[in-house]
Design a protein around this ligand. Structure first.
Ligand SMILES: NC(=O)C1=CN([C@@H]2O[C@H](COP(=O)(O)OP(=O)(O)OC[C@H]3O[C@@H](n4cnc5c(N)ncnc54)[C@H](OP(=O)(O)O)[C@@H]3O)[C@@H](O)[C@H]2O)C=CC1
Ligand SMILES: O=C(O)C1=N[C@H](C(=O)O)C[C@H](O)C1
Length: 242
């Protein structure tokens, strides 16, 4: 039986993941939160799932590498340096990192890439996300993942074309740019819409999460999948065969 350790276990996602582990008939190796013994958890787990905080990522990766335990990372708000750390760890262990573990968003990213590839630069791309009032990072990891998918479809680098947070006299929209807007309020589990806007027509591709169970179920599926893998960096389309 697979023993799964949760980092961020008392959080909203940590609790949903514990439920998903029980629903799947798997074993919970234990959980840690801030100031917890992550090395101790890694030593008794077959795989770790981390939905905590970017501040914790380096220590969590170190513990997973030391114990040679694969890891699923769902934490968002990651900076470039965190991605380098993940790449370094992935030379030693299997690591799956994604801003969204749901089946629906994984498919949405595929559709967005396809739409962006087929529609020219005269179709403006704007990504709008809505989340609960407790969310601490923006744009969401999912919005960035969808932005990456659109940029790949257009064969450009997202960092070169992204507009994050317009305010004041912004000037007119730059052709080929990808815009982001974030709404925060209430208890929304996570809504994302990628708008494609052209002259006289618009296309919108959306995903609405009705609860955290979809992310938790995907994270547990990813944990079972990554546990069998050699060292390397993986993501959700590989798990779901999309
Ligand atoms: N990839 C995906 O599909 C999804 C990703 N997320 C992401 O998951 C993360 C967690 O979200 P959510 O559960 O809502 O957040 P919460 O704030 O509810 O939970 C975060 C948990 O992490 C713990 N934590 C904070 N710092 C550390 C640390 N240094 N070491 C270990 N644990 C720590 C907190 O513990 P304490 O209370 O002690 O500080 C808390 O229990 C966010 O980044 C969110 O964006 C969320 C949903 C889906
Ligand atoms: O913090 C959340 O709640 C969520 N975070 C992820 C993100 O940043 O995209 C995934 C989901 O939308 C919920």
């Amino acid at each position: 039986m697979v023993r799964i350790g949760i980092i961020g276990s008392n959080g909203r996602m940590g609790q949903a993941i514990a439920q998903a582990i029980a629903d799947a008939g798997l074993d919970l190796a234990g959980g840690v939160d801030r100031d917890g013994d992550v090395a101790g958890l890694a030593a008794k787990a077959d795989v770790l799932i981390d939905f905590s905080s970017p501040d914790a990522l380096e220590a969590n990766l170190d513990a997973a590498v030391a114990a040679k335990v694969p890891m699923v990372i769902g934490t968002t708000g990651l900076a470039e340096r965190h991605h380098w750390l993940i790449d370094e760890a992935a030379a030693e262990i299997a690591v799956l990192q994604t801003g969204n573990t749901s089946l629906g968003v994984t498919l949405l990213a595929h559709l967005v890439r396809e739409a962006a590839a087929r529609l020219g630069n005269d179709w403006d791309i704007e990504i709008v996300e809505t989340h609960h009032r407790m969310k601490v990072d923006a744009p969401s990891g999912t919005a960035l993942l969808l932005g990456e998918a659109a940029a790949k479809g257009r064969d450009v680098t997202l960092g070169d074309v992204s507009d994050r947070g317009r305010d004041g006299i912004t000037g007119t929209r730059e052709e080929g740019h990808i815009g982001f807007a974030a709404l925060r309020g209430g208890t929304v589990a996570g809504d994302h819409t990628v708008h494609f806007l052209a002259d006289n027509e618009r296309l919108a591709l959306s995903h609405m999460a009705e609860n955290r169970g979809i992310f938790a179920k995907g994270a547990v599926k990813a944990a079972q999948w990554v546990r069998e893998k050699d060292a390397g960096r993986y993501t959700m389309p590989e798990v779901l065969g999309l």
